[in-house]
Design a protein around this ligand. Structure first.
Ligand code: CS2
Ligand code: MG
Length: 405
């Protein structure tokens, strides 16, 4: 089955998404997500100028060989742009293979290991009271796991809080230049333990709680926070420290039993290897899109399972429903699946472009048995929402020092 054409679409249905469509001489096509938040057109150029010309005429069934060809064949391998491009191609090829086989992709991976996918919801607020009120709603909605994020008093725009926005999809589509958000580690470390103490005092220990530090701390600060949060028994503390210095997680491990989650910025299994084989982390967060596709994510899940590390794939608003559904298949199959990040089923304009079926019931997501990934991409609808350049914010300490956002 020959690849005859590969199309790349950029649309802003609530926020920017990059979608790859691979067409074949048998009339079967597949789609993949190539969205890289704030650098979308870099991936488009990598695909159109450097990837697509090499793939026309190749056998769409040769998923592994095409992955190796695009990864090793580039010589300059790895990196966020190239791996988002490869991730989209790989996902689209799995979509094709499932459609040809007449099977959902999870069947091609090895079948279901569970009835449905346990997800964690985002619960955020501008104050502890607002967070607790939203936590009550999330519990009433049946979620068993939630992530708590709260504006740090004295610093507006804290990561994970929406301010006056109605929902995430608006937030990340309308930043023509990087907004600058203030950060104070001292104010953060003084405040966050109170958030989790109040959550446990109010709702007890039945609900599982996690928190995203978003790469803002040094290893010893993260060790301090992990230790302070131990009484509140978090499911995990995410991105405590940026991943470039994996030995920093040894310092954290030496001081606290609070489980660590890391990896939404990983692009390959090699980014995770040291952390996993030394058991410095407990959940790995790599996404199909940023991690190079379903092919490497299956390898990562198998490697992580050797070290009791569980999968907790990234599921932010800047990953398209194609990536979301690719995670559903991996999460249904992976014997070491932990929990899936979930920010809702999106807006009407998003679902007009990306159509898929999934049901949320008691904090778990059920999908229908459709061949392939199970998403339909509406090209005509996508054209209605043209790309709008948009940046992620940058973060600065109160003295102006540039910091991790
Ligand atoms: C966050 C993301 O959901 C998360 O865990 O880290 O929302 C992250 O901020 C975005 O994906 C960045 O584009
Ligand atoms: Mg995160």
């Amino acid at each position: 089955m020959k690849i005859t054409e590969i199309k790349v679409f950029v649309c802003c249905s609530g926020r920017n998404f990059v979608t790859v469509k691979i067409l074949t001489d048998k009339g079967v096509y597949g789609i993949g997500d190539a969205t890289l938040n704030g650098r979308e057109l870099a991936v488009v150029s990598y695909l159109e100028e450097h990837v697509i010309p090499c793939l026309i005429g190749k056998d769409a069934h040769q998923i592994e060989d095409i992955w190796q060809y695009l990864y090793k064949g580039a010589y300059w391998q790895n990196g966020a742009v190239s791996m988002a491009a490869i991730g989209a191609i790989d996902t689209a090829l799995w979509d094709i293979k499932g459609k040809v086989a007449g099977l959902p992709v999870y069947q091609l991976l090895g079948g279901k290991s569970r009835r449905a996918v346990t997800v964690y919801a985002h619960v955020n607020g501008e104050s502890i009271e607002e967070v607790l009120s939203n936590l009550e709603k999330a519990i009433a909605d049946g979620y068993k796991v939630v992530r708590l994020q709260c504006t740090i008093p004295g610093t507006e725009g804290t990561y994970g809080t929406l301010g006056d926005k109605k929902n995430y999809y608006e937030l990340q589509g309308n930043r023509p230049l990087p907004p600058e958000h203030p950060w104070s580690t001292t104010k953060y470390l003084n405040f966050i333990p109170e958030l989790f103490k109040r959550a446990r005092d109010t709702f007890g220990y039945g609900i599982e709680l996690c928190h995203d530090v978003h790469s803002r701390l040094t290893p010893i600060e993260a060790a301090q926070l992990g230790k302070t949060l131990e009484p509140f028994k978090l499911k995990f503390l995410e991105d405590a420290v940026t991943y470039e210095n994996p030995e920093g997680y040894k310092i954290i491990r030496n001081h606290t039993t609070t489980p660590m989650a890391l990896g939404e910025k990983f692009n390959t299994i090699w980014d995770a290897k040291h952390l996993i084989e030394n058991q410095y982390i407990d959940f790995v967060r790599t996404a199909v899109t940023h991690g190079g596709g379903i092919t490497p994510l299956k390898k990562l899940a198998d490697f992580a399972s050797l070290y009791h590390v569980r999968m907790a794939p990234h599921g932010a608003p800047d990953l398209s429903p194609i990536c979301f559904m690719a995670h559903m298949h991996l999460d249904l199959w992976a014997p070491n699946f932990g929990v899936q990040e979930f920010i809702g089923f999106g807006t009407p304009e998003l679902n007009e472009v990306f159509n898929f079926q999934a049901q949320l019931k008691d904090g778990e997501i059920y999908i229908e048995d459709k061949p392939g990934i199970g998403v339909e991409f509406n090209e005509e609808a996508a054209i209605k929402y043209p790309y709008k350049r948009s940046y992620l914010p940058v973060s600065r300490l109160e003295d102006g020092t540039l910091w991790n956002w």
